[in-house]
Write a protein that binds this ligand. Structure first.
Ligand code: NAI
Ligand code: DG6
Length: 505
């Protein structure tokens, strides 16, 4: 795709687009709103050179880590396999960047769509070099068998590639994850000195980058859900305090926070795929200083994606959700870890806060704080026999016209990691792309996006936002935000769905 426009310039290295952003400033005058439309000029500069990208996964030997690595290798080497349903070709279904499309315009009256990945130059997932850590020493072939996610025939075909991949020893603070994980922790960096741990992880990152001749590395936590650390401004509040707390091996510094700090100190962006409060203010300050991004928290894969879609639809239709009861049962290692109350609490929070802003936006349905406090219940049960095939059952009870009730009962079954792996890939590819984009507002100097990369909120259950920026959870708004950003950077028109060119030529 090539954009021909007076507002877009391209040379060998950069694509610069000029965009007049239309917004509306609202002033309150007593009980009246005064709306003042305004236009602000933005320029977006995208470095079109595609780097050699390395990714280090924390929890590489888990269900997500093995499914992602094996799935990408299957695509890279076009490995086909057989199951009782026949012969399968590898694909990237479930990946926003690889398997979804964006409308770029109209040809006569026909709408034209292209793959998301073709709007701006992006890394090909098959070119990513993977590495990482796990507290379990199994090589990735054995770890994939343990995970029981991928069809047996594909596991066998991937074995020669995966058995050479062995996770690095990791740091293990048993107090932060469930006690039932202790029996797999046979690949652990010894000692209790958190500063030494940080330095070892930093060296691992530097070695990985150098040995694989990489332009950049991104770290992503896909290890077990930790309990929340007890956040304290004196311990976690600034970069300096955080480093001091690491030096003194403070008990409330989690393993995930050590990895986040190591990433920042090595100049790598860090993504938190679990719900715990890894990205404390001190980490954000470290990231800011290093000029890298942090993003989180907790991958938004199935049940929550649906929830933020259905609740957006109901509230958008003027229907009032009054209760959401979400059950899950699953039998994989994630479920085993979440069977401990402290870890469940972290997950409960991210699964529960995901509709708050959608409800809060509608003061017709929810005029008071009390009414916003709907009956939203989260239950997770560990049932080993179900393996990675997670069952999610939700009942949504809403109030309709004249005091009537509308109830939806939703049953969702799938391999959790077959949804998570393509989503993880998207997080990595988009994070890398956003490292190459700069913007300038009203002809000021070009700058990078804010340190906390809330552009990725479509992929997160509890999206972390820059301070002062409200979080958006509604799925269609999150997707529109991402789609419009890449379109604007490419010099394309943002679609407001009026379709005037189709209606009136
Ligand atoms: P898993 O339990 O199969 O994998 C986690 C891996 O992390 C294990 O291999 C474990 O040995 C390792 N680990 C634990 N502590 C570690 C440490 N300190 N350093 C290095 N490795 C460590 O779990 P799964 O299914 O892969 O999920 C991973 C994370 O992603 C969990 O926190 C889960 O809640 C979260 N998540 C998963 C989703 C999914 O659909 N699979 C969706 C949303 C979030
Ligand atoms: C229990 O629900 C296990 C969790 O790890 C979830 O399966 C995972 O976070 C995915 O959740 P969701 O709501 O995005 O499908």
């Amino acid at each position: 795709m090539k954009v021909q426009s007076t507002t877009t310039q391209q040379d060998d290295h950069f694509l610069i687009s000029d965009y007049d952003y239309k917004s509306t400033n609202i002033e309150k005058n007593g009980d009246k709103y005064i709306a003042k439309p305004q236009i602000t000029n933005f320029k977006f500069k995208t470095d079109t050179r595609i780097p050699k990208l390395g990714v280090m996964l924390v929890g590489w030997g888990g269900n997500n880590g093995t499914t992602l690595t094996g799935g990408i290798l299957a695509n890279k080497f076009n490995i086909t396999w057989n199951s009782r349903r026949g012969t399968h070709q590898p694909n990237f279904y479930g990946s926003l960047t690889q398997s979804s499309v964006i409308k770029i315009g109209t040809c006569n009256t026909e709408e034209v769509f292209v793959p998301f990945k073709d709007v701006l130059p992006m890394v090909n997932p098959c070119d990513i070099v993977f590495g990482g850590w796990d507290i379990s020493s199994l090589n990735l072939a054995d770890a994939m068998s343990r995970a029981q996610v991928v069809d047996y025939d594909l596991q066998q075909k991937l074995r020669p590639y995966l058995e050479k991949l062995v996770p690095l020893p990791s740091i293990y603070y048993p107090d932060f994850i469930a006690a039932n994980q202790g029996d797999r922790a046979d690949n652990v960096i010894p000692g209790n000195n958190k500063l030494e741990h940080l330095n070892i992880i930093r060296k691992n990152i530097a070695d990985f980058k150098q040995q694989n001749n990489l332009d950049k590395v991104i770290l992503l936590w896909t290890a077990n859900t930790e309990r929340f650390c007890v956040e304290d401004p004196n311990v976690h509040g600034t970069a300096e305090k955080l480093m001091k707390s690491i030096e003194s091996s403070h008990p409330e510094i989690s393993a995930s926070t050590i990895f986040a700090c190591a990433a920042c100190l090595e100049g790598c962006s860090f993504i938190n795929g679990s719900p715990q409060n890894t990205i404390v203010p001190g980490v954000i300050e470290l990231a800011e200083k290093a000029g890298v991004f942090v993003a989180g928290d907790d991958f938004k894969t199935g049940q929550t994606k649906f929830k933020t879609c259905l609740v957006e639809y109901l509230v958008g239709a003027g229907i009032k959700p009054k209760a959401i009861i979400s059950y899950n049962h699953l039998g994989n290692n994630d479920g085993k870890n979440l069977s401990q109350e402290s870890c469940f609490k972290s997950k409960e929070r991210s699964k529960k806060t995901c509709v708050d802003d959608i409800l809060e936006s509608n003061k017709v349905l929810y005029p008071t704080e009390e009414e916003l406090n709907i009956d939203h219940t989260i239950v997770i049960k560990y049932c080993p026999e179900t393996g990675d095939s997670k069952k999610a059952m939700d009942e949504y009870i809403a109030e309709i016209f004249l005091g009537g009730r509308q109830t939806f009962a939703v049953y969702n079954v799938c391999e959790d990691s077959l949804l998570a792996a393509p989503l993880i890939m998207d997080l990595l590819l988009l994070c890398e792309l956003f490292e190459r984009i700069q913007f300038s507002k009203d002809s000021t100097e070009f700058q990078r996006f804010d340190t906390v990369l809330s552009w990725l909120s479509y992929l997160m259950k509890a999206p972390k936002s820059e301070s002062g920026i409200t979080t958006i959870n509604a799925l269609s708004r999150q997707r529109a935000m991402l789609e419009n950003l890449v379109k604007v950077c490419a010099g394309l028109t943002v679609d407001d769905n009026l379709r005037l060119e189709v209606r009136y030529g």
